[in-house]
Design a protein around this ligand. Structure first.
Ligand code: SAM
Ligand code: SF4
Length: 471
């Protein structure tokens, strides 16, 4: 039976509730009055539940859909302004004992070179990432208790934080690793991680079990209950997502929102971020083998629905998406982007980058400087800020800050200051010029005289060589 408060996966992601929701959405998708009322609720930033969201997904009325996109844009603007947080993935190891059929790291793939970074390799990778301008990483590994067990991961996190190259530093390490025990989550928290990220891949249990035929990840309930264990272990910033294309997007969007409702009900705080990856070509993986491909226009609608359903949750799009797709998704509410990414193990420090150890083919292959420049051209403010996490504004403390709209008082200044650091230390002359002009306009537009003075003084200090002045 469906119970969003239950600790059991079969109850908080109840298959029959998802089926009922899909039927309800199909039966009511022409009920304009009902949909209008849902959009009114969304417009008041009150969020939506999974049934309401699925109804919007099914709606094919052009006017109502236009209104949905416009509300999504306004909510993004209201809570996040023009800021887009930048990060990069860092692949530590591609050894994996699992059999995920969509991922080239699966155990039986013998054509891919297997690699694991040593601590010296990690120092080289992090130095290369710092030289690009990154401050925030997401570490990625395959699941292998011997090759990338918890001790290795904790040592690697310590190494990453210890590298200080020129003015560089990694100030937030997010972690995307296999589901683990509460005790291990506690150790990750103690190691100072930012967000713990784990994609559900699909919420359809039957499909999940077919796609994960072997290895620890084949245990659907253990995987689905991972965020509960993470929160019990003290990690209050968790990032969820599905891999779109594995099952139907309808089923997985309903599951994703039910997962959020469950975490909110049980722990008082929903996920910090939601990711919306689509399956990509990779070594022995052809997305054409999957029947559930999600068209660009549908992914855009999904992003808009997530934005209005979860107004206070960050939304992440990686370089799996092309420049054009990322542009369309940014417009409807995405808040975080990766840039200059490599998905191979050791891909940043080594000349040429790719050696066949990559997890998937990247669509947006532009270097970070080009991504920053393109964001500025499109009116966004690339932000390298990590202040909330470093000042303890995580979990419900972060959420209440966003809800009170006070985030604008710290996020906007922090975005300006960290962009200024990037421009001084890493940008090409053209990007620097564009960025400095954008910063001038932003500072001029700050209403509070007190904040304006503080930001102007901080910019002058950054120009004189000081760093890390976030509030
Ligand atoms: N190994 C861990 C796991 O599976 O949860 C953590 C990281 S794994 C390196 C990161 C994510 O990459 C997976 O959760 C999966 O959604 C995604 N992925 C795997 N194969 C992919 C593919 N062919 N295209 C796009 N994303 C893929
Ligand atoms: Fe291993 Fe993760 Fe790839 Fe599955 S998705 S094969 S667990 S790296």
């Amino acid at each position: 039976m469906y119970d969003r408060l239950s600790p059991h996966a079969e109850e908080f992601i109840c298959g029959s509730e998802i089926e009922d929701t899909l039927r309800y959405a199909a039966d009511n998708c022409r009920n304009k009055l009902l949909i209008k009322r849902i959009l009114d609720q969304a417009e008041e930033c009150r969020g939506l539940d999974h049934r309401q969201a699925l109804l919007l997904l099914e709606c094919d009325d052009d006017d109502l859909n236009r209104r949905l996109f416009s509300i999504a844009r306004n909510i993004k603007q209201r809570f996040y302004g023009n800021r887009i947080v930048m990060f990069a993935p860092l692949y530590l190891s591609n050894y994996c004992v699992n059999g995920c059929v969509y991922c080239p790291f699966h155990l039986s793939n013998t054509s891919i070179p297997r690699r694991r970074l040593s601590q010296d390799d990690i120092r080289r990778e992090v130095t290369a990432l710092q030289d690009m301008g990154h401050k925030r990483l997401a570490i990625e590994t395959g699941e292998d208790p011997v090759m990338s067990g918890m001790d290795y991961l904790l040592e690697s996190i310590e190494t990453i934080y210890s590298v200080k190259h020129r003015n560089g530093s990694i100030r937030r390490v997010n972690v995307n690793i296999a589901a683990t025990t509460t005790d291990n989550y506690r150790r990750l928290k103690e190691a100072g991680i930012g967000t713990y990220i784990l994609f559900q891949e699909t919420y359809n249990r039957l499909t999940y079990e077919q796609l994960h035929p072997s290895g620890p990840k084949s245990d659907y309930c253990y995987h689905t209950e991972a965020m509960d264990r993470a929160m019990e272990g003290g990690i209050d910033d968790v990032g969820i997502g599905v891999l779109f294309g594995l099952d139907t997007y309808r089923y997985d969007l309903a599951g994703l929102l039910m997962h959020t409702e469950h975490l909110e009900a049980r722990f008082g705080v929903g996920p910090h971020t939601v990711s919306i990856p689509r399956i990509c070509p990779a070594d022995d993986i052809d997305p054409a083998d999957y029947d559930n491909a999600v068209p660009d226009s549908t992914l855009r609608k999904i992003a808009a629905i997530i934005r209005v359903a979860l107004p206070y949750t960050g939304m992440i799009v990686s370089t799996r998406e092309s420049q054009a797709s990322r542009e369309a998704l940014l417009e409807v509410g995405v808040t975080q982007l990766s840039g200059g990414s490599r998905t191979g193990v050791g891909g940043y420090a080594e000349a040429g980058g790719d050696d066949g150890s990559e997890q998937f083919d990247i669509s947006d292959r532009r270097p970070l400087d080009q991504v920053v420049s393109w964001l500025l051209d499109n009116g966004h403010i690339p932000s390298f800020c990590t202040s909330c996490y470093r000042r303890g504004r995580t979990g419900d403390r972060f959420m209440s800050l966003v809800k009170s709209s006070k985030i604008a008082e710290c996020c906007a200044p922090n975005a300006i200051m960290t962009l200024k650091e990037y421009l001084c230390d890493y940008a090409s002359p053209m990007t620097k010029d564009k960025g400095d002009r954008a910063i001038k306009e932003l500072v001029d537009a700050i209403e509070s005289p007190h904040i304006k003075k503080m930001v102007a003084e901080s910019i002058a200090r950054i120009e004189r060589g000081e760093r890390d002045l976030g509030v």
